[in-house]
Design a protein around this ligand. Structure first.
Ligand SMILES: [Zn+2]
Length: 212
């Protein structure tokens, strides 16, 4: 789905989106649930995007539906993969989240990408700005680019309804709310959550954010 002239929400990983930003050096945000990576590469080819033109992959957080194809896409593109500092131990498998995420992690085991660095050392990728928005995970990060905010898993927007993730899916529910209140102060044309969406700047979007 084309969001703007140079921002796309890919169709090949529908349930947990991959976003493509066409810049001087093309950027992917997140990598979806593990699947045959060829389907993603074919979709990119269809958009006229050669694998090697993707130089940067930005991960919002460590969950399997976001890092699922990071390693395979890294191999196919040669891109640098960036991740939130606090989430790296969970990406590498050094640490495991308790509760439901432990169960998911035991079932789905994505391959591990090589992490080039964190948003502590680098906050800007071309015109894409990384902003720490913890709560869903310790290091959960959102990205701002030309009137668009890629909001990761701060909330979902499915069937026209805004929803928060249930508490047991969030690392810290209070931090989620604090991060959502940060969105309230940001100017945007589109909010692009990883699940559902897109959300146009509208009274409904502002009513949702006004709760935080
Ligand atoms: Zn997710």
């Amino acid at each position: 789905m084309k969001i703007t002239e140079n921002v796309f929400q890919l169709e090949s990983t529908k349930r947990s989106h991959i976003f493509l930003i066409l810049a001087e050096e093309n950027i992917l945000i997140d990598t979806g649930m593990p699947k045959p990576v060829k389907e993603i590469l074919d979709e990119l080819q269809g958009l006229g995007v050669a694998p090697k033109s993707i130089r940067t992959i930005l991960l919002t957080h460590h969950d399997v539906d976001h890092i699922g194809n990071a390693k395979q896409l890294q191999e196919a593109t040669g891109a640098d993969v960036w991740a939130p500092e606090e989430d790296i131990p969970y990406i590498t498998g050094e640490r495991i989240r308790p509760g439901v995420k432990r169960v998911i992690g035991a079932i789905v085991r994505p391959q591990k990408p090589v992490i080039a660095g964190t948003y502590v050392t680098k906050k800007r990728f071309a015109d894409v700005q990384a902003l720490r928005a913890p709560g869903h995970t310790p290091g959960h990060t959102i990205f701002q680019y030309q009137g668009i905010v890629f909001t990761g898993d701060l909330f979902k927007f499915i069937d026209g309804r805004f929803r928060l993730f249930p508490g047991f899916m969030n690392w810290n529910q209070n931090e989620v709310k604090k991060s959502l209140s940060m969105l309230k102060k940001m100017e945007f044309e589109w909010l692009l959550p990883s699940h559902g969406g897109p959300v146009h700047n509208s009274p409904a979007a502002h009513d949702f954010l006004a709760q935080f």
